[in-house]
Design a protein around this ligand. Sequence first.
Ligand code: FNR
Length: 185
Amino acid sequence: MTKLVAISGSLRKASFNTALLKAALTMAPEGVEIVEGTIRGIPLYDADVEAADGIPEAVARLKDLAAAADGVILFTPEYNNGIPGVFKNAIDWMSRPPADIPRVFTAKPFAIAGASPGNFGTLLSQEAWLPVMRTLGTVPWFGAKLMVSRAGTLIEDGRLIDEATERKLRDFITAFAAFVEQYKR
Ligand code: FNR
């Protein structure tokens, strides 16, 4: 069984990115399991808090999920042409302590997708993730692109309602899962 973990970088109830993630959960090919990881409950990174209390529970849970997965999919929103702070904050926490980076990130395939109501579908935030992925020693997957633009017309009440986008998402998940399966061997 190939295990993927999918994480949305939005806390918003009606998030387009969480809607994409939820749709992806239903599209796992045979022999593949996709579980949802959440950034909810992760506090702002503070080295003093880390020194005093260690890694917060919500962070430890997400780290364990990523560590147990064969691959990770980030569904990233775009804020001001970059990575939303809450999402970067979660990954920064997950990279602590540095000695644990190999368990969670090193040589792990990562796919990046995203949705925005604008015309460019998170193009720039997906780009902005690349140096982060490189620094953490992940294996970023470039086999397909999924930049969902004008998401307000494709997602309604947290549900993906557009067949073409559904197809693209399914193809993206299928291709990434195939890569991860091959990479595992
Ligand atoms: C945005 N949004 C946005 N969209 C975009 O395509 N490019 C951008 O640079 C920005 N910048 C931006 C900054 C800030 C502070 C906010 C709050 C929003 C709009 C953004 O894509 C929209 O709010 C999405 O709905 C966020 O993703 P979720 O929450 O729907 O997953």
